[in-house]
Design a binder for this molecule. Structure first.
Ligand code: 6R9
Length: 631
């Protein structure tokens, strides 16, 4: 199923559009099924109702583990690199990973988990995280992984939204020279989570934790009490595989739902093609499993293809800015998949951290999460890829399950800052505000997809109407991505960024409304408005305009207080980079905040604010501009 030439890509693409069902059925033949499908696809985008491979029976872990055992049981499945370079890395072969997943799956059963139950996972980037994810899939439980940077309140909201029954966590996590007390955060969260019956805790940082009798147990004790024999649960194609929460335009994060068969086929196919993965190569995706990139391209995609996947616990700059490059040298990484924010941050250290490090194993480079600027693209190409490794700039989303628009390594001619062309099976279209298709090349518009693909979301957990409203109602019969996009003269796509109220900070999606809600919870705050602004390393930074009439402490301390509140409510990842105290916000007569103006102020571009005559009180704008000069 690997495409090896541009002509073959063009042919395959044509076929995939003309006969999508035949195309995807052909791809699905490369996987292991307990029973094959009766029907490849039934769909409509109006409800929406999307079903792929209906009637098929499978378990994704049979595909990620069991099917590799006979021929490749001793091949490394996961190479784990710890935060501290002085500690040993760990290699789990497919045989060992299979054994440990089965054993932990039995632990889950012993603790009352069954098919269909939701399980929250809040863990550091250790092999046990991948094991926990796969063990859920093994027994048909639905995992909901929450990134280690979220607060107790965010975790509680997610646990309650999905009525989770179990939590899997660890005492703590290492991140550079910091430690995060994961169990403590979970204890705080669980005060408000009546559905949780059991908490399984892995020992990792060896920080003291409180263990509640009857509810909490140790991972290490539990695995001793069960055997390692656990046949995979037979799942229907459209049974839920996982929920992953992501931010949108409104205040409340949505639980994006992915199902078993389509997600498996799509992540496996895209992994194998986009990265041109060859047997025995080492693939290193630097994301955290708490995000979709980690789900699809650390765990499921690579493992379903029998690949060796690197899991890195640390951060690119600890203990020094050479760390990423040392990991690549040490494990002879062939394919590196990372984010523009990491590239820009490392670029800031120059080439000195690269001295004496052998990067010659690298063959393919990948980028994901946000638009990659040309400067970062060229640095990546020249300094890391030595101009011999193609860069795949992969555009996709939590909702799409896998990569959608991207070069295929060694197949698609690349162009800096362009995600280039749609993968086979993906039918993008650009539309104007009224939903009218913008045809031809050299055009700009809102990016939509007009035909289903196997990896797409099926619903938002517990609220199908919201899924319909968010993605399928803006434009009739189209999936709306929320991104703006340019199609250039060659028909190449370049993603220009979100057109909704979502900010992309270091590749993490953060809703402006979410941050505003958190700031508004702070005592003394009357109202706030949050916008994104260009940031050299993070891509976008968070700028908050806050009405706080009685500044009785000094402004700096109040700013820090507000940051504390945001950290409590959402997590440290949502902390504004800048807070400006203002006495009013620019509102229209109908009471809507004119964010366009605030964005200009945040960018420092106040020369031409456009028409402000519809504002209730145009004076507010001058005042905001004046005080912004004091920041
Ligand atoms: C995989 C992931 C999705 C949003 C998406 C877009 C931005 C992702 C990009 C990109 C430009 C790329 N995005 N990849 N923008 N070029 N190669 O990141 O999922 O966290 O859901 O974010 O990220 O704005 O809509 P997710």
């Amino acid at each position: 199923m690997q495409i090896t030439s541009f002509e073959q890509y063009q042919e395959t693409y044509k076929q995939s559009v003309n006969e999508p069902e035949k195309f995807w059925a052909g791809i699905a033949e490369n996987f292991l099924w307990k029973k094959k499908w009766d029907n490849v696809l039934s769909w409509n985008f109006s409800e929406p109702n999307i079903k792929w491979f209906e009637g098929a029976k499978l378990n994704i872990t049979d595909n990620c583990l069991d099917r590799h055992l006979i021929e490749h049981g001793d091949r490394p499945a996961i190479i784990w690199e710890p935060n501290d370079p002085e500690k040993d890395s760990i290699t789990l072969t497919y045989k060992i990973l299979h054994e440990r997943v089965c054993r932990f799956a039995n632990v889950l059963k012993k603790n009352g988990a069954k098919k269909g139950d939701r399980i929250c996972i809040y863990m550091p980037m250790v092999p046990e995280l991948a094991i926990a994810v796969l063990a859920c899939a093994r027994i048909g439980a639905v995992h909901s992984v929450v990134f280690g940077g979220f607060s107790a309140k965010s975790i509680a909201d997610r646990i309650n939204d999905a009525s989770c029954k179990l939590v899997i966590t660890a005492d703590g996590a290492f991140r550079g020279n910091k430690q995060i007390q994961l169990k403590e955060v979970i204890d705080d969260a669980l005060i408000g989570c009546p559905t949780i019956e059991k908490v399984i805790v892995l020992t990792h940082t060896r920080t003291p934790v409180s263990m509640l009798k009857g509810r909490d147990c140790w991972w290490e004790d539990e695995v001793k009490m069960v055997d390692a024999n656990c046949p995979a649960e037979e799942m229907d194609a459209e049974d839920l595989l996982f929920i992953l929460y992501t931010s949108g335009s409104t205040g409340k994060p949505k639980g994006v739902v992915h199902t078993c068969a389509g997600y498996m086929v799509y992540t496996g196919y895209t992994f194998s093609n986009v990265f041109n993965y060859q047997p025995n190569e080492v693939f290193f995706c630097t994301a955290d499993i708490g995000w979709i990139t980690g789900h699809s391209y650390i765990v499921y995609g690579p493992l379903s293809q029998g690949a060796t996947t690197v899991m890195f616990e640390g951060i690119p700059t600890f203990p020094t800015a050479s760390r990423f490059w040392q990991v690549i040298e040490k494990h002879k990484v062939n394919i590196l998949y990372t984010a523009p924010t990491a590239i820009r941050s490392l670029m800031g250290f120059g080439t000195e951290p690269l001295n004496g490090i052998d990067l010659s194993s690298l063959r393919v480079l990948g980028s994901v999460g946000e638009p990659i600027n040309e400067e970062a693209w060229h640095w990546f190409d020249e300094e890391i890829g030595k101009k011999k490794s193609p860069i795949v700039d992969t555009w996709w989303q939590t909702e799409t399950g896998g990569i959608m628009i991207s070069p295929i390594a060694y197949v698609t001619p690349t162009k800096p800052s362009f995600a280039t062309l749609p993968l086979p099976g993906i039918q993008p279209i650009l539309v104007d505000e009224n939903g009218k298709e913008i045809e031809g090349n050299g055009v700009n518009g809102n990016l939509c997809i007009k035909f289903p693909w196997p990896g797409m979301l099926r619903t938002t957990y517990g609220d199908h109407e919201r899924c319909k409203l968010t993605y399928f109602s803006t434009y009739e019969n189209l999936y709306f991505t929320g991104d703006g996009c340019l199609r250039d003269e060659d028909g190449y796509y370049r993603i220009t960024g979100r057109v909704d109220d979502v900010i992309n900070v270091s590749g993490h999606r953060i809703g402006t409304a979410e941050v505003e809600n958190a700031i508004n919870m702070h005592a003394g705050v009357i109202e706030s408005a949050v916008v994104g602004y260009p940031h050299d390393v993070k891509g976008q930074g968070i700028f908050a305009f806050v009405i706080y009439p009685n500044l009785n402490k000094d402004a700096d301390l109040t700013r820090k207080d507000i940051l504390q509140t945001v950290t409590r409510v959402i997590g440290a990842i949502a902390k504004p980079d800048k807070i400006l105290f203002v006495s009013g916000l620019p509102k229209t007569r109908s009471g809507k905040i004119m964010r366009r103006i605030l964005r200009k102020v945040a960018e420092g571009d106040t020369g031409n604010l456009g028409d402000i005559s519809t504002l209730l009180d145009p004076n507010v704008v001058n005042e905001i501009i004046e005080s912004s000069k004091t920041l």
